[in-house]
Design a binder for this molecule. Structure first.
Ligand code: XMP
Ligand code: MG
Length: 179
């Protein structure tokens, strides 16, 4: 496998290679197919990080997936109570649909809590979480992911869609911070 990579001021070492990622994605797709074939599932991939994972997973699925790409945005509302979250890019109605959220990584779970709350208000039939990576030691989210690619230690990773200050997304493997 390839050597360490430098991104901005940090060095990263190879952690999960391309072949391991693809093998795990094939297995995840089978699990998802078993559960959702015939249910007209709607996949919501969270940008930017999940774009490669979504592309590779979708091509393994046999359950006739519909996919849409969303982004979580936080803006200053008119109230003094702080920031308001919104989900940008949702074009399909979610009511009575089986929604599967595709994420690159679940770290503390703050982002997924926000996404879940926003989705629940649309009254889908179900919401499931599928994440390529999970940091179990850090995760305090209210909802456990049904489908997990890899459980990893609580160290920063880049590659395969994941970035360090917007660089490193193009790497074919996942790299872990040296420290
Ligand atoms: P939370 O803490 O809300 O974090 O679960 C989720 C978002 O934080 C980013 N994140 C990472 N990005 N390497 C990355 O490139 C990491 O190790 C990492 N940990 C968290 C990511 O954008 C994710 O959606
Ligand atoms: Mg990021």
């Amino acid at each position: 496998m390839s050597a360490a990579v430098q991104i901005h001021d940090l060095s990263f070492v190879p952690f999960i290679d391309q072949a391991q990622i693809q093998t795990r994605i094939e297995a995840l797709a089978k699990e998802i197919d078993t559960q959702f074939t015939g249910k007209d599932p709607l996949f919501l991939a969270v940008l930017n990080g999940a774009f490669l994972f979504a592309a590779d997973l979708l091509r393994e699925l046999k359950c006739q997936p519909e996919i849409s790409f969303v982004k979580v945005s936080s803006y200053q509302g008119t109230q003094s109570t702080g920031r308001v979250d919104e989900l940008i890019g949702l074009q399909t109605g979610l009511k009575d649909r089986h929604v599967i959220v595709l994420e690159d990584i679940l770290d503390t779970g703050v982002t997924m809590n926000k996404i879940f709350t926003l989705l629940e208000s649309e009254q889908p039939a179900s919401i499931s979480i599928c994440t390529l990576l999970l940091k179990p030691e850090a995760y305090k989210g209210k909802h456990q992911p049904e489908f997990v690619g890899f459980e990893i230690p609580d160290k920063f990773v880049v590659g395969y869609g994941l970035d360090y200050k917007e660089y490193g997304r193009e790497l074919k493997s996942i790299y872990q911070l040296i420290n």
